[in-house]
Design a protein around this ligand. Structure first.
Ligand code: SF4
Ligand code: SF4
Length: 442
């Protein structure tokens, strides 16, 4: 089996351990699967945020450990002939790549990455369906005017939505996120003392330009010298996330290589690289290390951070002197905060808490939710829509119903869409929330 991702970090995993039970086929990928010790901690009912697919269904085979069991069994068959059998395919299909297991499993089973390799192998043998190709190509399609117009028409025309479901398997029951009429375009920047790179990912550019503008206002007001990457003439870069999620590893690797090239001079200069969409910027810290770029990727990974991580770090270092205060805007308190599952997996919610605690007069609560269920494209797919809604009903939707007047902060673009599709008021990115709370310097 020729692996698509670089699994060399697992080269020595389980070696010399008579009980590791490493499958015969699958090389270092199989070793990554075999780090599961079968403790079944991931199958305990009501255990924290781990594995939304298990929590919704209660089927042990839909837990991280259950998936490991299925994969190991298939990789021990001669030729791994059962790897794509319907039961394994279905179990992998319902993994939403939330990384809950990577964070909470005692042996850090990384099922999201294991699934990426699985999908790449599966599609390489069976071919990519049109829907997967479309989702993968979405960042490129968004720069074409007809794509944005088509999404808007589809959302307003039930007949078109039903056609999309019949032909492409796109659920007619949910609205699609709509690209903004004007994508973000970088304005001229004022000088500041400390340098910072703001990486404008494709989804923020097209769907959340307000969040990018708010981040610029924040960083400028705090006195930073901002270099925008992928915001103006250089727009067209992409982290490759949508290709990775659809098993197109070669394209994802090529796009990652282009972005690494653009960011390397900044990273070498020691400049922090800040991003807004968790699934894009955090890819630079995790998925990029599996493309085989070696030290170049490690350098970028060491600099890449979410906005809240950057602010918290600067506050800790005593360099962030821009105060925040609720002041004349005490409406809709307490604020509810929904973390993107990759924010949680990366341990970034601590930074979120620290930054929000620095806002004078703010009351806030974290929603103890796991994946919201949208998970990129998962909640837009017809066959997954009901499961996606059930995942949202585990904690997110009930918390929002309990506080109907609360303002909601949610950084994830797909989390925002899931909240809107539940009939709740539009949430805001932390950047927008904080930019509205900049208090006058005393
Ligand atoms: S995935 Fe982790 S928690 Fe689940 S059985 Fe394996 S080692 Fe235990
Ligand atoms: S990535 Fe999330 S959905 Fe997939 S097995 Fe792990 S916890 Fe479950």
């Amino acid at each position: 089996m020729k692996l698509k991702l670089d699994w060399s970090q697992y080269e020595n995993a389980g070696m010399g351990d008579a009980y590791a039970d490493i499958p015969k086929i699958g090389g270092d990928w199989a070793k990554a699967i075999a780090v599961c010790i079968g403790s079944q901690q991931c199958q305990r009912p009501h255990k924290g945020v781990m594995c939304p697919s298990f929590r919704v269904d209660g089927n042990p085979l839909l837990s991280p450990g259950g998936r490991v069991k299925l994969l190991k069994s298939a990789l021990n068959q001669p030729g791994a002939t059962t790897l794509y059998d319907p039961d394994i395919r279905a179990a992998m299909d319902l993994c939403v790549s939330c990384k809950g297991c990577k964070r909470e499993c005692e042996n850090e089973v990384d099922m999201a990455a294991i699934k990426a390799e699985y999908l790449a192998q599966y599609y390489a043998t069976r071919g990519w369906p049109l829907r997967a190709r479309l989702f993968a190509a979405l960042p490129r399609l968004l720069s074409l005017a007809p794509a944005a117009a088509l999404i808007r028409r589809r959302n307003r025309n039930p007949w078109l939505a039903r056609l999309g479901e019949r032909w492409l398997g796109l659920s007619a029951a949910v609205s699609w996120p709509e690209p903004q009429a004007a994508a973000f375009a970088a304005p001229p920047q004022a000088e500041g003392n400390q340098g910072v790179v703001l990486f404008v990912d494709t989804f923020s550019r097209h769907f959340q330009p307000r969040a990018v503008e708010a981040a610029l206002r924040l960083l400028s007001a705090a006195g930073y010298r901002i270099t925008i990457v992928n915001g103006g003439a250089d727009a067209g870069l992409c982290c490759g996330r949508s290709h990775y999620a659809n098993g197109q590893i070669e394209t994802a690797r090529r796009l990652a290589g282009e972005l690494i090239t653009a960011l390397t001079p900044h990273a070498q200069a020691g400049t922090p690289i800040v991003g807004l969409e968790p699934s894009c910027i955090l890819s630079l810290r995790d998925e990029y290390l599996k493309y085989g770029f070696g030290d170049a990727a490690k350098l970028i990974a060491a600099r890449a951070q979410l906005l809240e991580e950057f602010i918290a770090h600067e506050q800790n270092a005593g360099r962030w002197r821009l105060p925040f205060a609720v002041g004349s805007q005490p409406d809709a308190q307490p604020i509810l905060v929904h973390g993107h599952c990759w924010q949680k997996a990366a341990g970034a919610m601590k930074s979120m808490r620290k930054v929000l605690k620095s806002v004078t007069g703010l009351e806030f609560e974290f929603i103890e939710s796991s994946c919201c269920g949208m998970a990129g494209q998962f909640g837009l797919e017809a066959e997954h829509r009901e499961t996606s809604r059930q995942m949202a009903e585990l904690a997110l939707y009930p918390a929002l119903r309990q506080h109907p007047r609360a303002a909601v902060v949610a950084n994830g673009f797909s989390c925002q869409q899931q909240i809107l599709n539940g009939g709740f008021a539009p949430p805001r990115h932390l950047a927008e929330f904080l930019a509205a709370l900049i208090s006058p310097t005393p």
